[in-house]
Write a protein that binds this ligand. Structure first.
Ligand code: IPE
Ligand code: IPE
Ligand code: MG
Length: 238
């Protein structure tokens, strides 16, 4: 990787892990096989990224719209989440990675919900990279939740409607207290957010790669960071 002084490692990286289904299809295999390979790659890539000095990594694993998929595929994904949460917990201990979950966990079955709570609790004291796993996450759902929280505060007299600020919205998001993503990478070749971090992505640099998620390698991450370093971020200024 480039070693010039101005090289910047983004503090917060988001990844839209797309392309598992196509990866399997290309090999004449059922879509869930692609998810299994994608889940394996999730561990490898997370550990690599944590070693690069990234402070927060947000991975989009399941959207609020992904329930539309055939029940067999949704079922296979839920099974994988359970399996990999257990494995990731041990795996990520060495790397001091702290796991957090963003999204509406109330829709998951009790076993998965318990696993999510347990994983968060067990890793809460870790001081390395924060890994936000976006599961049953949708940017619109997150904004609706924030609106409801703020309305409630107003209703209860805890907030003044005329004094609400963007900071109030920020503290009601799942990512409260975290900086916005600097870089969002999407694998699988599409150029869209698919409901990922709609509020937080306002000034994120977006990098799309044709590489399908199960094939995404540490070198592909390095390439995305190099691309990020070629961008000129102006945040509306000059
Ligand atoms: C991304 O891969 C994983 C999830 C959305 C859970 P896809 O399953 O969307 O794979 P493609 O886009 O159909 O290839
Ligand atoms: C986005 O991928 C969601 C995740 C990667 C979890 P999708 O495959 O669901 O997005 P679309 O349907 O191509 O927009
Ligand atoms: Mg997809």
């Amino acid at each position: 990787m480039a070693d010039n002084k101005s090289f910047i490692m983004p503090a917060h990286v988001g990844i839209i892990m797309d392309g598992n289904g196509r990866w399997a299809k290309k090999r004449g295999m059922p879509r869930p096989v692609g998810h299994t390979h994608g889940a394996q790659n999730f561990r490898t890539i997370t550990r690599y990224i944590s070693k690069q000095g990234v402070k927060i990594l947000t991975l989009y694993a399941f959207s609020t719209e992904n329930w539309k998929r055939p029940p067999e595929e949704v079922g296979a994904l839920m099974k994988l989440f359970k399996q990999y949460l257990v494995e990731a917990l041990t795996d990520f201990r060495e790397d001091d990675i702290r796991l957090r979950f963003i999204g509406d966990r109330s829709a998951f079955d009790p076993q998965l919900r318990a696993l999510i709570d347990e994983t968060e609790e067990l890793s809460a004291s870790r001081e390395g990279m924060v890994l936000n796993l976006a599961m049953n996450y949708g940017g619109r759902d997150e904004l609706l939740r924030a609106v409801k929280l703020l309305c409630k505060e107003v209703q209860e007299g805890k907030a003044d409607i005329d004094r609400l600020t963007q900071q109030d919205i920020q503290r009601c998001l799942y990512t409260a207290g975290e900086p916005d993503p600097d870089l969002i990478i999407r694998t699988g070749g599409e150029f869209r957010l698919s409901n990922f971090m709609l509020y937080q992505a306002a000034y994120s640099e977006f990098v799309s790669t044709e590489v399908l998620w199960p094939d995404f390698k540490p070198e592909d991450f390095d390439r995305a960071v190099e691309e990020f370093n070629r961008r000129s971020r102006r945040f509306g200024g000059v």
